[in-house]
Design a binder for this molecule. Sequence first.
Ligand code: SAH
Length: 343
Amino acid sequence: MSIVERLRADRNLPDEELKTLLESDRFDEELFKAADEVRRSVYGTEVFLRGLIEFTNYCKNDCLYCGIRRSNTADRYRLSKERILDCCKTGYKLGYRTFVLQGGEDPFYTDDVLCEIVSSIRHFYPGCAITLSIGERSEESYRRLFESGANRFLLRHETADEEHYAILHPGEMSLANRKQCLFNLKKTGYQVGSGFMVGSPYQTMHNIISDLRFLQELSPDMIGIGPFLPAAGTPFENFPQGSVKLTLRLISVLRLMFPHALIPSTTALGTLHPQGRELGLKAGANVVMPNLSPVEYRGKYSIYDNKICTGEESAQCKDCLRMRIESAGYEISDSVGDVRRVY
Ligand code: SAH
């Protein structure tokens, strides 16, 4: 059996063979084909859309790679509950059945404030999924938000290597806490997403293998990866961007290791390559996250430079995405898009 066939059959490979697969272009054709077959066997040609609402760019953290880190100069904004509900209304009309609230870690949004926002969305959209992507909080906070109606949570571990984590983050943050948050979220009952950046500064192939091993331990429902892109004003502004090829190979490897996973073809991939998101879908991704934030704020949620889709209205984004998804050979699903753990 070829190395790709073995990864597909066992959903696993020894470290050395994973490295071989990721480092060479010899297996690309076979790898992408196998990943697409597995994706089709679990999810058919369906692509799930998640309406992304970037509701605040205030952040108390100082992650060295991130354009909205607290020590970077940025034009800060936060959205009111009414404004967030307007975004949901627009999204619902466009057919989106999942709303993702993403933001910096903004102390303005206390549990009381956020629970009020989440319960309002839950009230108006009982059949929709509410996903939070708001960083590290206490177990109690995750529980209260879950009880208010949130049911999915995205929290990338960013890197599963202690030393590498310490290079990317300020001293007061720790990998141990990040992991603890992920296990707390699972325990609380959320569908949980994790993931990492590809090509972040000082990342080695050894680090990437650790990321895959950590994901095996966590067994998340969603796995988001995207290339690192430099952000102006950060300590890493002059570092090279991540590689499209390696990101695509990793999407395929993830699909073969986690056949059930919801894997987005990320905006970062679309920023790095004009057809990045189509290529991601063909490599095994099955989720796209169109931006639903009000256009006047989109440019301000600048976690990295040159982010795409900051100028168009949400309706235009939807038309553009439909075209891209169909051109890649898939179709937009109108379902809420829960994970299918068929294995
Ligand atoms: N504050 C939330 C949301 C962070 S933004 C949290 O901590 O989870 C979502 C993701 O964007 C991050 O998890 C990170 O992986 C990614 N990101 C941040 N800066 C980036 C950069 N410069 N290049 C590529 N991805 C980046």
